[in-house]
Design a protein around this ligand. Structure first.
Ligand SMILES: *[C@@H]1O[C@H](CO)[C@@H](O)[C@H](O)[C@H]1NC(C)=O
Ligand SMILES: *[C@@H]1O[C@H](CO)[C@@H](O)[C@H](O)[C@H]1NC(C)=O
Ligand SMILES: *[C@@H]1O[C@H](CO)[C@@H](O)[C@H](O)[C@H]1NC(C)=O
Ligand SMILES: *[C@@H]1O[C@H](CO)[C@@H](O)[C@H](O)[C@H]1NC(C)=O
Ligand SMILES: *[C@@H]1O[C@H](CO)[C@@H](O)[C@H](O)[C@H]1NC(C)=O
Ligand SMILES: *[C@@H]1O[C@H](CO)[C@@H](O)[C@H](O)[C@H]1NC(C)=O
Ligand SMILES: *[C@@H]1O[C@H](CO)[C@@H](O)[C@H](O)[C@H]1NC(C)=O
Ligand SMILES: *[C@@H]1O[C@H](CO)[C@@H](O)[C@H](O)[C@H]1NC(C)=O
Ligand SMILES: *[C@@H]1O[C@H](CO)[C@@H](O)[C@H](O)[C@H]1NC(C)=O
Ligand SMILES: *[C@@H]1O[C@H](CO)[C@@H](O)[C@H](O)[C@H]1NC(C)=O
Ligand SMILES: *[C@@H]1O[C@H](CO)[C@@H](O)[C@H](O)[C@H]1NC(C)=O
Ligand SMILES: *[C@@H]1O[C@H](CO)[C@@H](O)[C@H](O)[C@H]1NC(C)=O
Length: 765
């Protein structure tokens, strides 16, 4: 497909190199593609962001000054070792190898660790405190296993493509919600002295052709500068501001330049505009050049030497890479190591292959209770006719579906790097209940409390009866005394491939078959993200539906807490569920191309997920931010405060960039508050959501949220603080965030379409 990027110019040199590389004999036949603007040299890390960075940089520089060229080079690439990634040691100076490990939702491939809910499930809690506690608990496990660098959290993919294979690793298709999680999780992880690694930088929005292969180069994500900042960079900003020490560059190309050698993204935006002081690590195998990646801002390559090692030393000796650049790479690594106090009493690496006999290194602590809590807080109730839920001591329940139980042993895959477990749940394998997704982002549960297990325990307490059938597509009709039929299905997704459907026939038939003979059918969907429900959602026999996400090891306990009303649901969808897959339009599928230089133009700009549904006036089945509970809430007394502080069009040009970008971006300029009142008779939490209509932008965008727990009859004031960044747009000409003068619309409500209060405010520059 022709695009405006083809109009961009190539240099003659680049074109002739490409021409030769791709076997074209006539240069004018080589198609013209977009180019990423060159930004050189790499800004040196300065350590000027705060006192901690400053003293860490001073110590790092002193150490680097003592190192030989080979020693420095040794620290910039991976070696075989205990962990998924291991940097080279400098034994002479007591610098140990740094251990890097997956995954964002629990330490992968290890024993005696916890399997936490996946990112998308955490986002569905809309609870800032739980997001932080999640990061903190994860970080504690990494630390106790002696892992220096945790490979997470994830904001790329953001969730542009409805069927994207890895959307579940990240938080939400909304950048503000994702940003809140990215910041809180990063802070939590790093408070343990473990380095967090926000990933993948940037625009890794699909799996199809993320890597170069026999068809040609990888996909190129081509995005305009405004969209890049307002959607895709936005959530990373919060991690970086919280001090993230590492960041992982992505597999695919951006404007045709590979993620780990894209100077605009690494030197320009990350290390320039956002003042990043830490180091950039390549995704595993994502390096495609030696000199070019070094000069574009890559600091560490994994999992091996790839194009560096001896070659990097040579390149420094012959001047292709400056000594300054190599010093900066190593300074950034060591400064981060010092800043996180990893030079002091950091536990020995306790990572083993599952073929190695070793003493248990238990790190779970009491994280199970937090996992259970996040599990229920991220469960979204989308249908509940006539108060079907919560249950009131049912005596007889029937359970159907492959997802209700742990059906077989997860298969063991000792060939995985570091030795590991591949937990491949999914409807198509009938492997059982889904608690995480597949690939490097999947957790490795030490145990799984399945829904069947947890419901069994509960029914036993009530001296009741259960009947079950985990395998039939058309089960026998329920026993006449059964009070409800619970049907469990799931929607699997994994790294390496995108989804080909947002539904599956087996599960839909199963649900319909059960509902045909059971007038109180309750559907539970464990899902990696969006799943269609329209073939059965309006069936009157289907009385309740729960999106139970990817809840981690305490799955069944979290669910029972909701089913029996010990916890009232408060989760809200972090994405839009359409009535029909076709409603996602061009953003349904991954971009599929067999071209040697596949191009993916993000021509929808800012309009993904609910921004697109609002723009095109498409009625979703369940909108972004939607979720029911067991009580009712009123919203009242919207009060928009006075705009205060610096509201000039651009942040003060004299401001010094520190890690996280211009400090002025993070200053509060406005507070908005309202009251939320629990008008029902059950204790529950509402998620109060603030949407702002920024001039020349999507009609409304999430810019505040708060989870408000309320007893029946009680009310509370909720305050939303808005920063300059929250209200700004990215000005492509000025290359700065711009606070526009004008009128802004305000809405507060229970979802992106259930807006209860509205107001306006003015900004003058
Ligand atoms: C190269 O291709 C262009 C466009 O098809 C054609 O005009 C030109 O004559 C070709 N040059 C050679 C040397 O074949
Ligand atoms: C990609 O190209 C677009 C269009 O030329 C440009 O606006 C944008 O800044 C470029 N981004 C990167 C990261 O190269
Ligand atoms: C480089 O690192 C490896 C692996 O940690 C280590 O065996 C080797 O001694 C190091 N080389 C130097 C020059 O320090
Ligand atoms: C140097 O780079 C070449 C590719 O240009 C690669 O084949 C080789 O393995 C590299 N050597 C080292 C020691 O990294
Ligand atoms: C310098 O060394 C690097 C790595 O071996 C090599 O790729 C590059 O071509 C060399 N440059 C010059 C000018 O010799
Ligand atoms: C819900 O309750 C109302 C009133 O009792 C009743 O008329 C209706 O049939 C019920 N609906 C379902 C689906 O049970
Ligand atoms: C999406 O991809 C599927 C194949 O997975 C294809 O059958 C379908 O036509 C595509 N739909 C759109 C809207 O591109
Ligand atoms: C609802 O269930 C009853 C059996 O309880 C059945 O007779 C009826 O046909 C079902 N309705 C639908 C729409 O499936
Ligand atoms: C179950 O539902 C199917 C489809 O509506 C119907 O044909 C069948 O008779 C029902 N069985 C019983 C026992 O109600
Ligand atoms: C979804 O939309 C497609 C294309 O518009 C249409 O063919 C199909 O029937 C729709 N499916 C449902 C369940 O409405
Ligand atoms: C709510 O906002 C108004 C207007 O800014 C302010 O006067 C009031 O103190 C705020 N209320 C609370 C409880 O923060
Ligand atoms: C920036 O600094 C210059 C020189 O000190 C000064 O004249 C100017 O007023 C400052 N601008 C702002 C917005 O503070």
């Amino acid at each position: 497909m022709k695009s405006h990027y083809e109009l961009a110019t190539w240099t003659a040199l680049l074109a002739s190199q490409l021409c030769a590389a791709q076997g074209y004999t006539n240069q004018s036949e080589v198609p013209l593609y977009g180019q990423s603007p060159p930004v050189y040299p790499t800004p040196n890390g300065k350590g000027s962001s705060n006192a901690e960075w400053s003293s860490s940089y001073a110590r790092a520089k002193a150490l680097v000054a003592q190192m030989t060229l080979d020693e420095k080079s040794n620290m910039t690439h991976g070696f075989p070792g205990k962990c998924v990634g291991n940097t080279g040691a400098v034994t002479r100076l007591n610098i140990p190898p740094l251990c890097f490990a997956d995954a964002p939702d629990g330490i992968r491939g290890q024993e005696f660790v916890s399997a936490f809910p996946a990112g998308i499930h955490v986002a569905a809690t809309w609870d800032r405190s739980l997001m932080y506690q999640y990061g903190h608990a994860l970080g504690a496990e990494y630390r106790e296993k002696g892992i220096n660098v945790a490979l997470g959290p994830v904001a790329g993919p953001l969730g542009r493509v409805a069927r994207g294979g890895r959307n579940w690793e990240g938080l939400s298709a909304d950048p503000y919600l994702a940003a809140a999680g990215m910041g809180a999780i990063t802070r939590g992880i790093q408070e343990n002295g473990v380095i967090a690694t926000p990933k993948h930088w940037l625009l890794n929005e699909q799996e199809w052709r993320r890597l170069p292969n026999s068809m040609g180069e990888s996909l190129s994500s081509n995005v305009d500068d405004r969209t890049l900042h307002e959607l895709y960079v936005f959530p990373f900003m919060d991690s970086i501001r919280e001090g993230a020490g590492c960041l992982m560059c992505s597999y695919q190309r951006i404007n045709n330049s590979y993620g780990c050698q894209n100077s605009k993204l690494l030197n320009g935006i990350l290390k320039g505009e956002l003042g990043f002081e830490g180091f950039v690590v390549s995704d595993w195998g994502a390096q495609h050049s030696g000199v070019a990646s070094a000069n574009a801002g890559l600091d560490v390559v994994m999992p091996d030497g790839a194009f560096w090692g001896k070659n990097l030393t040579d390149a420094v000796q012959n001047g292709s890479v400056s000594k300054d650049r190599l010093d900066d790479m190593v300074t950034r690594i060591l400064a981060t190591w010092y800043k996180l106090n990893q030079d002091e009493k950091f536990p020995a690496v306790g990572v083993y292959s599952n073929l190695q006999k070793h003493d248990p290194i238990e790190v779970q602590e009491d994280h199970a209770s937090l996992i259970r809590k996040i599990g229920s807080a991220g469960t979204v109730l989308v249908k509940n006719v006539n108060n079907t839920l919560p249950f009131i001591h049912p005596k007889f329940l029937s359970i159907y579906g492959y997802d209700a139980t742990v059906q077989s042993t997860p298969w063991r895959n000792p060939s995985r790097f570091g030795g590991g477990y591949e937990v491949n749940f999914g409807w198509n394998t009938l492997q059982g209940t889904l608690i995480t997704g597949g690939g490097s982002g999947g957790s490795t549960p030490s145990y799984v409390i399945s829904p069947f297990h947890a419901i069994s325990e509960r029914i036993a307490k009530d001296h009741g009866t259960l009947r079950w059938d985990f395998t039939s597509e058309n089960p026998y009709p329920p026993y006449v005394n059964s009070e409800a039929c619970l049907v469990f299905v799931n929607a699997y997704a994994s790294e390496s491939f995108d989804r080909t459907s947002l539904t599956d026939e087996f599960s839909d038939k199963l649900i319909q078959n059960v509902a045909a003979n059971c007038s109180n059918t309750i559907v539970v969907i464990h899902s990696t993200g969006i799943r269609m429900v329209d073939t059965w959602i309006e069936n009157p026999n289907i009385t309740a539906v729960l999106f139970a996400g990817l809840p981690g090891q305490e799955s069944g306990n979290s669910l029972v807490d909701i089913l029996y009303g010990d916890v009232a649901p408060s989760g809200k969808l972090p994405y839009t569920i359409a009535k029909n897959e076709s409603d996602y339009g061009v953003l349904l599928n991954a971009s599929v191309s067999f071209d040697p230089f596949p191009q993916d133009d993000f021509s929808e700009g800012l309009y993904i997920d609910y921004r697109a549904f609002d723009k095109d006036d498409i009625e979703p089945r369940f909108e972004f931010g939607f979720g029911l509970t067991y009580t009712t809430f009123d919203f009242a007394r919207l009060q928009v405060g006075d705009v205060s502080g610096d509201t000039t069009e651009y942040p003060n040009p004299n401001g010094t960039i520190i890690q996280g970008g211009h400090p002025g971006l993070w200053e509060n300029v406005l507070s908005i508050n309202c009251s939320v009142i629990n008008t029902g008779d059950v204790m529950a939490s509402e998620i109060a959501q603030l949407y702002i209509g920024i001039p020349d932008s999507p009609v409304r965008q999430l810019r505040g949220f708060e989870r408000v727990p309320l007893k029946p009859g009680n009310g509370s004031v909720v305050t939303f603080s808005l920063t300059r960044r929250d209200l700004s747009i990215w000005d492509v000409d000025a290359q700065q965030w711009r606070l526009q003068a004008g009128t802004y619309n305000v809405w507060v409500g229970a979802s992106s379409r259930d807006l209860r209060l509205n107001g306006i405010f003015e900004i003058t520059n």
